[in-house]
Design a protein around this ligand. Structure first.
Ligand code: ADP
Length: 719
């Protein structure tokens, strides 16, 4: 092997041009191709310039800034990768190697077959939810098989990306495969791990850079007819599709622009709010909680609808007091009032009432479809009341998987990689959608019963979100999938639809710093009942059960604009709600664990004495059920049983409260307040329910509830 390589280099050197030559190489980076211009003179790298890339600012961009210079300084491609940006670093290095190989080959692409030492090689890289382990089997010249044992990635997202990339790498014998949009972290980890395994086999990565052949779009417009067309395959779209095909044979088409289904619903922590007396029976009603109800029903009403809602809650609350119950008070009216108040009284009460009154029915329906609803009810971050249900399955899988299963069983046609571009309107009625596929093919989906827009929010549309809210600068990270770009709003506005609350965008307080994802928490559930948040001084700075906007504003004032979740071992299980393994999270430094608070404080660099004092003070407050400093209402267990955990957290753009204006039947309204015939909308694409601030746990509940309503209205089904 070694001899052969030496000879090959010697021969190549003999044909290498004596003059400087410039090559442009394109190699798959983290988010897409990285085009690199390389100047080589007598086999030495003289200049490197990244011409094009889509790498993440602040992460991949660090490699784009540093690696070219480092390579030129070293005069060769192999330099140390930038920590945290290895995929981008490697992409640049591979591009340079490929250019050097070309230069040696007299300017032509090196055609040599890669040579491997036959066998099976193992490697791993951290993906979204855990290690992506690969076992790559090679023979002398080919990658024969790639296995990914114990994959923890979300099945419909990362799992699907791994399947696709495996088949492309095996088929085309290239590592220059595009990351699967919507699953770029998993894709990058997978590609890195496969690359590492190939290197162990003695493979030269620069020989594995042939791009996957591009398909050509056919000419003309393909048409297809359906009883109902739904745009978007998140919680709202799938709930609508399942409802539309329940108990009757109908042709329902769901088009989804991303290669993966599930939208943000698949990425969420699956917190679902619903007043649920049976499951809430175990929760005590404390004096502070009583005060919260009394305050909300005694204030000056903002308008007649508010007054009526307050009166309805009052009636229910008085009946509750009379009953002598010691369990937590709750009912749809109270859920509605908290949703309205939590959104600063700018939401639309009829929509909120519809939501709150249907939501328990939706939860039962989802459970009937197989969603594993846990019996424990808690208060999710920013939920304001202990009515947050969670599911016994990782992330939004609990919602999307049962919906997908039912949709598939009932014959719903789901087309991924199909982007709706515009609505087809005939005689003042929406009768279909024009769409394009990933290679530019044109389609018209004609629908007998109109179109449901379930396209989600616009947290990833930097222009739209900044127009809505100037504080949301383009550099801010988001918890959302890249397809959340407000397309439904754009399409519907073009035919006269009205919007509401477009200036209200929610930032999630407790995401992973840097990447902005929800993952990485050191506890099973998303509830904050047993968690405190401290700043870099080890001190609390906010009531943890505050509204999300209040929480975010408080974090922004702390050193480094970040904080740490602190909790003890009582609420830790082997995995968290994203199926991440707790010990792995500790190993890779996403969370910190120590036997004592003092040790934990040292690990995260906060003064040990402060953290100990903060926890001791909090534990006293748990006993007294009173937090005089910040007014926290939520107390369950003390933080006292080691090991103790700290998780770095920072804000990330999360949910767009504004969107299309609908009525309580999910019909889209125009600027004159009139129904646009044939157009329905459900989920995050709509506005008016969450006012200026969505309560944590109200999103999945809203999207699935209104998805069902939209389907029923479109098809004239009974509620
Ligand atoms: P919701 O919670 O309201 O259901 P999600 O974010 O879960 O919203 O899902 C919305 C889905 O709609 C996403 O999967 C997104 O990729 C998809 N989508 C957005 N715009 C389009 C479009 N123009 N064509 C097809 N699908 C779209």
């Amino acid at each position: 092997m070694k001899m052969k390589t030496l000879i090959a280099v010697a021969v190549a050197a003999a044909v290498a041009p004596a003059m400087a030559a410039t090559y442009t190489e394109s190699v798959a980076g983290h988010n897409g191709p990285v085009a690199v211009q390389v100047t080589v003179e007598k086999g030495v790298v003289k200049a490197v310039k990244v011409l094009k890339n889509q790498e993440t600012k602040g992460i991949g961009s660090k490699a784009i800034d540093a690696i070219p210079g480092a390579i030129v300084k070293a005069g060769k491609a192999d330099v140390a990768a930038v920590t945290g940006a290895t995929v981008t670093s490697n992409a640049i290095m591979t591009a340079v190697k490929s250019a050097v190989a070309k230069d040696k080959n007299g300017g032509k692409a090196a055609k040599a077959l890669p040579t491997y030492k036959p066998g099976t090689y193992k490697a791993k890289a951290y993906g979204s939810n855990g290690w992506v382990n690969v076992e790559v089997t090679v023979d002398e010249h080919r990658i024969k098989d790639i296995k990914t044992p114990e994959l923890r990635e979300t099945r419909l997202m990362g799992g699907m990306a791994v399947e696709r990339l495996t088949s492309e790498i095996e088929k085309y014998q290239t590592l220059n495969v595009d990351s699967v949009s919507g699953a770029t972290v998993t894709s990058a980890a997978f590609k890195k791990a496969v690359g590492d395994a190939v290197k162990q086999a003695g493979g030269d990565l620069s020989l594995l850079q042939t791009p996957v052949p591009k398909k050509r779009a056919p000419k003309g417009v393909k048409t297809e007819k359906a009883d109902l067309v739904i745009v978007g395959s998140g919680g709202a779209g799938l709930a609508a599709a399942v409802t539309a095909t329940e108990g009757a044979k109908r042709k329902v088409i769901v088009i989804e622009k991303m290669p993966v289904i599930g939208g943000n619903t698949l990425r969420c922590a699956s917190a679902f709010n619903a007043a649920d007396p049976a499951r809430q029976a175990k929760l005590p009603m404390t004096d502070t909680l009583k005060d919260a109800v009394v305050k909300a029903i005694s204030e000056k009403p903002a308008n007649a609808e508010h007054a009526k809602l307050m009166a309805d809650v009052k009636e229910k609350y008085e009946a509750y007091l009379k009953s002598g119950s010691k369990s937590l008070f709750d009912c749809p009216e109270w859920h509605a009032l908290q949703t309205y108040n939590g959104g600063d009284k700018v939401g639309k009460i009829p929509l909120i009432r519809t939501y709150a009154f249907h939501v328990k029915g939706t939860l039962d329906w989802l459970q009937g479809l197989g969603a594993p609803v846990r019996d424990r009810v808690s208060q999710g971050a920013g939920a304001l009341w202990q009515r947050t249900h969670q599911f016994d399955a990782p992330a939004g899988n609990a919602l999307i998987e049962p919906l997908l299963k039912a949709a598939t069983k009932q014959g719903v046609k789901i087309i991924t990689g199909m982007k709706a571009e515009s609505l087809i309107v005939k005689n003042g009625k929406v009768v279909g959608v024009r769409a394009t596929d990933t290679i530019g093919g044109k389609y018209a989906f004609n629908s007998k019963n109109g179109v449901i827009l379930a396209t989600g929010g616009y947290s990833q549309n930097k222009k739209m979100r900044q127009e809505s809210s100037p504080v949301l600068t383009p550099d801010m990270v988001s918890t959302n999938q890249p397809g959340a770009t407000g397309d439904g709003i754009v399409m519907a506005r073009r035919i006269g639809a009205d919007t509401t609350g477009m200036n209200y965008v929610q930032v999630y307080p407790l995401a992973t710093p840097g990447s902005g994802t929800l993952q990485g928490r050191a506890r099973k559930m998303s509830g904050l009942d047993d968690v405190i948040d401290v700043n870099k001084n080890g001190q609390r700075f906010v009531k943890e059960d505050a509204r999300r906007d209040v929480f975010v504003a408080a974090i922004k004032k702390q050193p480094g604009a970040m904080c740490y979740d602190i909790n003890d071992s009582q609420i830790v299980e082997k995995t968290n709600s994203f199926n991440e393994d707790m010990e792995t999270l500790v190993q890779i430094g996403r969370i910190y664990k120590a036997d004592t608070l003092a040790e934990l404080a040292k690990k995260i660099g906060v003064p040990p004495k402060n953290l100990e004092e903060t926890v001791a003070e909090y534990n006293k407050q748990v006993e007294a059920k009173n937090d005089p400093k910040f007014g926290r209402k939520l107390f369950d267990k003390k933080i006292e049983k080691g090991p103790f955990y700290a998780t770095p957290r920072a804000p990330s753009i999360h949910h767009t409260m504004g969107g299309l204006l609908i009525d309580t039947h999910a019909r889209v309204l125009n600027k004159q307040g009139k129904v646009i015939k044939g157009l329905y909308a459900a989920g995050e694409v709509t506005g008016g329910i969450h006012g200026s601030n969505r309560l944590g746990g109200n999103a999945t509940a809203d999207v699935t509830t209104f998805g069902r309503i939209a389907a029923k209205t479109a098809l004239g089904l009974k509620d």
